[in-house]
Structure formats: structure tokens, C-alpha cells
Design a binder for this molecule. Structure first.
Ligand code: GDP
Length: 543
């Protein structure tokens, strides 16, 4: 770990609002295999953050061999943990938030997207919109996150680009506005027309050891195209470009920012084609951090990125990246002010103050101490369980951002440790994982078992793996009698009445809040009819 961040982060000439304005904090969403990892790597390459392709994967490998955590991730070839990569390029600071692609981790992805100001949706040109793309898209829409579309794998046989645009329009109810238009695909892929500049960007197939890159873009005027396309190809791409411009609405930044339109880019992440253009598009059109609504001493306020008070919220906790040093990193998305290392911040709901002496930023290849950070940036704060997902931090400790919701789990299992002498140890480990937001933990009011809740089966496997590797606990998951969990809401007297009559089905969650465990969804319908004043909630925001 070095203590010197890239020089231009600390650009003393820029004020707070200017610093925020040059931030681009975004996530990439895609269906597994569409090319998210490859694109991440090539964006880092384009942004000058890494020098050789393969570095992102290699970084993952190093981390894994070093700490040997997440064997599952390796075995299944899926990315389980989310992190952030920062790079400075062309006067902008880019913060790329990594999201897990597998649907069992959608809760994690949802939380990460709360920290993103824009998203890049990667589509496989042969497959178009796939189920997980659609789900993640819906989360973005829910949070009003503007989306840029990158149609990847043009170097492979692709669907007709008109059909791909139609699919975006019909399945996502989003106006696609192509900024480029491809010439062919697969073996006949020749490049793309830059529709805004009336240039042709040629694609050159490269051998694996060829570092020369793609030829420079040429003007459409004159006959420079002839060097790259035969007559038929020229006619085809020019006609396509003309038709698509007639058929689609012109790109309108405002409409994009409001979530009605998506600029469409084409390329091949693997061949590093179209990636520079995507990065340029992110710099030009993706929004800088916005004002965030919060409450201050109970009153509604808008926290502006240029506000002096340093503030932010925790959207992710990652623990035990290295089991030899029980570290736990809380990811803080800054919403205002200029953060400097050593600063004291207060947690709103607990009033606890912490000195942030060793914040880390993740500069692609390594993590480094962050000396300074601004609205839009994400810093990792090492701590020992003081910070939780959803916490609001600020200098005065009075700002509170809307909490990040927990969702009712879809699978509930009983967990037992094989060695009964380790029961106490198990409790601590389960609490740790629940605080991280990996799984949810419920303690039934009767009996000594723990019930663990998750959205997908894979989360249980990850959990068992982590309990074994990080806590040396062999656990068994068993079916539980419960199928649903609901948080309760309503007047105290009504709640007490309900809980008194259902003691055997009551449990508490990690925040000691009461949870009703039901054997079926039918039972929830039944009790809601009998106790109309009690609300049975599928999600909760931490108090
Ligand atoms: P992820 O699951 O979305 O992270 O996808 P990956 O980046 O791991 O890519 C999945 C597979 O598609 C890998 O074998 C990549 O090498 C391949 N791939 C990614 N981008 C491209 C591309 O532009 N062209 C081709 N031909 N293959 C690609």
C-alpha cells in the first residue's frame, strides 16, 4: 500500500463543486457472460489505470490465492464481491462500481446501485436483452439511474442491429439513440460510423500479440472508406446509418438524464474496440453527483455535492478479504464536502464518532490510502464492526440519508454448527455476516436455533464456505419450517397484541426488530386479515 494517490486528485485549484462536477460514478450491469469483466478491464485500460489486459482477472486471482476466500467464485466463474475501481482520465475522475452478475446476489447489486450515478448496460450482440439484464435494468429505473448501452461482441456473428434497438425500445420502454452504427459483424465486422462526427472508425482484427491497435478514424467525405470497405459494404453501412437516423429520435442529453433515452455504443470489449468511445461518452454525458435528499435533525434538506460539510452513506461492507487480518471495510459513498484523511466523522444513528485515519481508495491495480476525496467518490473505511450498511456519516452526525432497504428473504434455513462447543462462536460469525449484508439472521424467540435468510441458494453456499474458511466453523443448513419473513409495522398496542398471540412464530433480526416467520404466504394473508392494523412488510429500512 502506498500513500501517494495520483497527483491530479489533489488539484488545489478546483473548488468543491468543480471537484464534484468532474466525478463520474457508475456501475456496469449485464447478464452473466455478456462481457462485464472484459469491458471493466478494457475501460481501465482505456482510462490508463492499467497497462495490460488481463490485469483485472489477475488481480482477482491474486486476491483469491492470497486469501483463498470465495473458492466458489472461482469454481463457478462468477463474481460474488463488489468493489470499486477509480481512475483519472481526460480531466474526469471515474469511479467504477463492480456489481455481482449472478441473480442470487441481487440485493448486493441493488445496494451498490444506490451509490452509482449512471450505469452501463452491456448486451451481448448475439443475445440482446437477457433475463438478468432486464432485472438489473428495472433496479436502475426504480432509482432513476440513467443508462448507457454498450452492444458488445460485434466481432462475433450478431443480431441485426435494428432488431437490437427495437428490443431495447420494446422490452425496456427506453428510446435507443445510437451514436455509432456498425459495419457488419463477426468475420465481416469492419468498424462503425460515428454518427455525430460523420467519421468512420475502422476495426482491425488483431493477432493476440499485435499491439498496434485499430486504425485512426477517417472522414466519411471523399473516398477514404474505400480503404476499409468494399463497395457493397459501404453502401450497406451508409444506408443503415441513414435509416437509423431517420427512424430513431436524436440523442437528447436531458431525455437520457431523465431515464427515457439511452445512447447506444457498439464494440468488442475483447478486441478493445469501441471502448474509448464508451469512455468518452461516459465523460461527456453521464451525470456528475447530484443533490441527495436527507433529513437534518428531522427536517428535510437537499445535500449538495458542493456543500462544505463532509457527508456520505455506507452502501457495502466487505469483510475478511484477508482472513489473517480480520479486516472489515465499509464502503462510503461521499455526498458532499472535501474529505481529508484523519477527519472525524459521526454515525448518525449511533452518534459514534470515528477518526478516519486509514481510508482506502481502489486504484484498479492496488488499494491506496486516500488523502482526499469529494462527492461522488467512494472510500473504504477499515473498521471493526462499528459501521453498518445504510449508516449515514457526516461531520456533525445530524444528516440522515434514506436507509437502504433490507428485503424479505426468499429462502429460510436453520443453521447448526457440527461442534456444539462452538455455538457461541457461530453466533458471532453469523452476526458478522448479517452485518455485512451477506445474509439475514433471525433469532426465534423460542429455542436456540438460528434461522438464516437469503434471496438465493448460492448465498448459503457462499456463507458455508466463508464460515469454514474464515471462522473455522463447519455448519449444516437444514430446512426450516418457515417460508416467509415479514417485518411488522403499526401501533405498539396492536403489535404487542399480535406478538403475544404468535410468540412461537416471532423472531428478532440483527437490529432486534421483531419479525414474523410464516410457514406459507397463505398464512401471511390469513394473519393480515385477522390483524388489519398490523402491517406485514417485505422490506425494512434500518431505523
Ligand atoms: P461477464 O460474465 O459478463 O463478466 O463476462 P466476461 O467478461 O467474463 O466474458 C465472457 C466471455 O465472453 C469470455 O470468454 C470473454 O472472453 C468473452 N468476451 C467478452 N467480450 C467479448 C467480445 O467483445 N468479443 C468476443 N468474441 N468475446 C468476448
Amino acid at each position: 500500500m502506498s500513500s501517494s494517490p495520483p497527483a491530479d486528485i489533489a488539484n488545489p485549484r478546483l473548488g468543491l463543486a468543480d471537484q464534484a462536477a468532474r466525478r463520474r460514478t457508475f456501475a456496469i450491469i449485464s447478464h452473466p457472460d455478456a462481457g462485464k469483466t472484459t469491458l471493466t478491464e478494457n475501460l481501465l485500460l482505456a482510462g490508463g489505470a492499467i497497462r495490460a489486459a488481463g490485469a483485472v482477472r489477475a488481480r482477482g486471482e491474486n486476491r483469491r490465492t492470497r486469501s483463498d476466500w470465495m473458492k466458489i467464485e472461482r469454481e463457478r466463474g462468477i463474481s460474488v464481491s463488489a468493489s470499486v475501481m477509480t481512475f483519472d482520465h481526460d480531466g474526469k475522475m471515474f469511479n467504477l462500481l463492480d456489481t455481482p452478475g449472478h441473480e442470487d446476489f441481487s440485493e448486493d447489486t441493488y445496494r451498490t446501485l444506490t451509490a452509482a450515478d449512471a450505469a452501463v448496460m452491456v448486451l451481448d450482440a448475439a443475445k440482446g436483452i437477457e433475463p438478468q439484464t432486464l432485472k438489473l435494468f428495472e433496479v436502475c429505473r426504480l432509482r432513476d439511474i440513467p443508462i448507457l448501452t454498450f452492444i458488445n461482441k460485434m466481432d462475433r456473428e450478431a443480431q441485426d442491429p435494428f432488431a437490437l434497438l427495437d428490443e431495447i425500445g420494446s422490452k425496456l420502454a427506453l428510446d435507443p439513440a445510437p451514436l455509432y452504427w456498425p459495419a457488419g459483424s463477426g468475420g465481416r465486422f469492419k468498424g462503425m460510423i460515428d454518427l455525430r462526427r460523420e467519421m468512420f472508425v475502422p476495426f482491425r482484427k488483431r493477432g493476440s500479440d499485435d499491439e498496434e491497435g485499430h486504425p485512426e478514424a477517417v472522414s466519411l467525405k471523399g473516398n477514404s472508406l474505400a480503404g476499409f470497405l468494399d463497395e457493397a459494404e459501404q453502401a450497406e453501412v451508409e444506408e443503415g446509418a441513414m435509416l437509423v437516423q431517420e427512424a430513431s429520435k436524436p440523442f437528447d442529453v436531458q431525455s437520457f438524464l431523465e431515464g427515457h433515452m439511452t445512447p447506444v455504443f457498439f464494440g468488442s470489449a475483447l478486441r478493445h474496440f469501441g471502448v474509448d468511445q464508451l469512455l468518452e461518452g461516459l465523460g461527456a454525458y453521464a451525470p456528475p453527483p447530484k443533490a441527495v435528499s436527507a433529513t437534518k435533525n428531522g427536517e428535510s434538506v437537499d445535500v449538495q455535492p458542493g456543500d462544505k460539510e463532509v457527508s456520505g452513506f455506507i452502501f457495502k461492507i466487505q469483510a475478511n478479504m484477508d482472513p489473517n487480518h480480520r479486516d472489515r471495510i465499509a464502503f462510503l459513498r461521499l455526498t458532499s464536502g472535501k474529505f481529508s484523511r484523519g477527519m472525524k466523522l459521526k454515525v448518525q444513528n449511533t452518534g459514534r464518532q470515528l477518526s478516519v485515519n486509514a481510508p482506502v481508495m481502489f486504484f484498479a491495480s492496488d488499494r491506496e490510502l486516500a488523502e482526499e476525496a469529494y462527492a461522488g467518490d467512494v472510500i473504504g473505511i477499515p473498521n471493526h464492526g462499528v459501521l453498518r450498511v445504510g449508516d449515514s456519516l457526516s461531520e456533525t452526525g445530524t444528516l440522515r440519508f434514506a436507509g437502504l432497504p433490507n428485503f424479505a428473504p426468499e429462502i429460510l434455513q436453520r443453521v447448526r454448527v457440527k461442534d456444539p462447543l462452538k455455538a457461541k462462536h457461530l453466533k458471532k460469525a453469523l452476526e458478522g455476516l448479517a452485518e455485512e449484508g451477506v445474509t439475514q439472521l433471525f433469532r426465534p424467540s423460542i429455542g436456540a436455533d438460528f434461522i438464516v435468510g437469503a434471496v438465493g441458494q448460492l448465498q448459503f453456499e457462499v456463507m458455508a464456505d466463508r464460515l469454514a474458511n474464515e471462522y473455522q466453523l463447519e455448519v449444516i443448513f437444514e430446512p426450516s419450517p418457515y417460508a416467509e419473513a415479514r417485518w411488522l409495522g403499526g401501533e405498539k398496542a396492536d403489535l404487542e397484541d399480535f406478538m403475544g398471540k404468535h410468540r412461537a412464530a416471532m423472531a428478532t433480526d440483527i437490529d432486534e426488530q421483531p419479525v414474523f416467520l410464516a410457514k406459507s404466504s397463505w398464512e401471511i394473508g390469513y394473519v393480515s386479515e385477522r390483524f388489519p392494523k398490523v402491517r406485514f412488510e417485505r422490506s425494512k429500512e434500518r431505523a
